[in-house]
Design a protein around this ligand. Structure first.
Ligand code: C5P
Length: 404
C-alpha cells in the first residue's frame, strides 16, 4: 500500500504539546507526518523537537526561498492524504472561515484540495463567542471536519469546552479517515435526536428538563466514526457538536420534528432526545408581568408531537431501523416493552433514571436492549461513549454491514 501522509498544521495554542505525542503515534502506524508551524506555535513547541519526531523538515515561513526552492507551498498543500489542524486556535479558524492567507499555514489551508480536519482548542468564552460559532458553522458548511473540543479544566484556569482532544482521539479520527475500509457504515444515512427541548412560556421563560445530550451526541459520533452520514438534531445542550456530524440546533419539540422530517430519508433513526411531552398552549409575545395582587398565572399545557412515533409510522419514508430510548423509574422491562409497541419502533434502549442512578446528565449508563419479542439484553454499566459503540455494533450486524 502507498505510504499515507498527513500534513499537520500546528497552531499557537498551549495544547500544541499534545501534537508531539500525536506525531509519534502516527509514525508508529507507518503514517508520514509533515508539519507546518504558525509563528505562535513556534513560541510553544520547538521546531527542532517537531522535526526530530516527524523525521522531516518543518515548514514555517511563506516567503522562504529555501523552502520554495525545495517544495513550493502549493505542493506542500496537496501532497497529503489528509490535512489536520491541531490545535486550531480561534484565530486560525477565523482565517480559514474567511479565506485569509497571510502566512504559510493559512495559505496552505486555502490552497489545499485535500480533506481537512480541525481540532479546535481555546478558552471556553472564546469558543462560545458568536464570532467563533459563525466561523465554525462556515467551516462545517465548507465540508471541513471538526474534532472536539473536549470539556474540562483549561490552562488559563477556567473550565468548559475548549480543550484540545487527547492525542488518542486525534489518532482515531485520522485513522478513520485514512482507512475507509474499516468503516462499516460507510455512506449510510442516519438521524439522531439528542438533548432536551425548551417549550416557551413567554419570551424569557420556558419548560425544559435535565437531559445533557451526552448519550445522543455520543451515538451520533459513534455512527459518524463508523462512516455514516449523520444528522444530529439537538435541543439546547452544553455538549459540543460532535466531529464529522451535521448538527441542527433546535429549541422546541415542534422544531425538532420539523428538522427530523427534513433530514429524511435515512436508513437509521435513533431518538435519544428527552422531548417535552407537553408545551404551554400559548406563549404571549411579551414577558408575563408579576402584577401586585394578581394571582399567579395558570399554565395550560397541550401535547407535543411524538417524534419517535412519527418517524416509526411514517407512511412513505419510514427508516429501516427506528430506535428509541425509554427512561423509566422502576419496572423497566415491562414499561419498555409497552413503549416499543406503542411507538412502533424496532428497538428500545431502556435505562433506569431513578434518583441516585446519575444517568441524567451523568457520564455512564446501564442499558436494557429490547430488540424484539425475544429476551431483553442487559448490558453492564458503561460509559455513554461505550454504550454508543455497542449500539453501532448492533446496527452494523442488524443491517448486515459487516466490515470487510
Ligand atoms: O418520553 P418517552 O418516555 O415517551 O420517550 C421515549 C422515546 O420517545 C425516546 O426515544 C424519545 O426520544 C422519544 N420521544 C420523541 N418525541 C416525544 C417524546 C418522546 O421522539 N414527543
Amino acid at each position: 500500500m502507498a505510504e499515507r501522509r498527513v500534513l499537520l498544521v500546528i497552531g499557537g495554542g498551549i495544547a500544541a504539546y499534545k501534537c508531539l505525542e500525536l506525531i509519534r503515534r502516527l509514525k508508529e502506524r507507518g503514517i508520514a507526518v509533515r508539519c507546518v508551524l504558525t509563528r505562535a506555535a513556534k513560541e510553544l513547541v520547538s521546531p527542532l523537537t517537531v522535526a526530530a519526531l516527524a523525521g522531516e523538515k518543518v515548514y514555517d515561513a511563506l516567503f522562504s526561498l529555501t523552502d520554495e526552492a525545495e517544495m513550493g507551498h502549493i505542493r506542500l498543500a496537496r501532497e497529503a492524504d489528509l490535512v489536520l489542524v491541531a490545535p486550531a486556535t480561534a484565530d486560525l479558524l477565523a482565517k480559514m472561515a474567511n479565506g485569509l492567507a497571510d502566512d504559510l499555514a493559512s495559505t496552505l489551508l486555502l490552497a489545499t484540495d485535500r480533506p481537512v480536519l480541525v481540532a479546535p482548542a481555546m478558552n471556553p468564552v472564546m469558543w462560545a463567542h458568536p464570532a467563533t460559532r459563525r466561523n465554525l458553522a462556515r467551516l462545517v458548511a465548507d465540508g471541513i471536519g471538526v474534532i472536539g473540543p473536549a470539556e474540562g479544566d483549561m490552562a488559563c484556569g477556567e473550565t468548559g469546552p475548549g480543550r484540545l482532544v487527547e492525542p488518542s482521539e486525534l489518532l482515531e479520527a485520522v485513522l478513520a479517515r485514512l482507512e475507509p475500509g474499516a468503516r462499516p457504515l460507510s455512506a449510510l444515512r442516519a438521524l439522531v435526536t439528542s438533548g432536551p427541548t425548551r417549550e416557551p412560556i413567554d419570551p424569557v421563560r420556558f419548560l425544559a428538563n435535565r437531559s445533557s445530550g451526552r448519550q445522543g451526541h455520543a451515538i451520533a459520533k459513534a455512527l459518524a466514526d463508523a462512516g455514516a452520514e449523520v444528522t444530529l438534531v439537538s435541543g439546547p445542550v452544553a455538549t459540543p457538536d460532535p466531529p464529522g456530524v451535521r448538527t441542527v440546533h433546535v429549541e422546541t419539540a415542534r422544531e425538532m420534528l420539523e428538522a427530523c422530517l427534513a433530514a429524511l430519508p435515512v436508513e437509521v433513526a435513533i431518538c435519544a432526545a428527552a422531548v417535552a411531552d407537553w408545551r404551554p398552549e400559548s406563549a404571549p409575545g411579551e414577558k408575563i408581568k408579576k402584577e401586585p395582587g394578581a394571582p399567579p398565572p395558570v399554565l395550560r399545557l397541550v401535547e407535543n408531537p411524538d417524534i419517535l412515533a412519527t418517524l416509526a409510522r411514517h407512511p412513505t419514508a419510514r427508516p429501516r431501523l427506528v430506535v428509541g430510548f425509554a427512561a423509566e423509574t422502576g419496572d423497566l422491562e415491562a414499561k419498555a416493552r409497552t413503549k416499543r409497541a406503542k411507538k412502533g419502533c424496532d428497538w428500545i434502549l431502556a435505562n433506569d433514571v431513578s434518583e441516585g442512578t446519575g444517568v441524567f446528565g451523568g457520564a455512564r449508563n446501564r442499558i436494557l436492549l429490547i430488540a424484539g419479542e425475544g429476551p431483553a439484553e442487559a448490558w453492564p454499566e458503561l460509559a455513554k461513549e461505550e454504550v454508543a459503540r455497542r449500539l453501532v455494533e448492533r446496527i452494523v450486524t442488524a443491517l448486515g454491514r459487516r466490515s470487510p
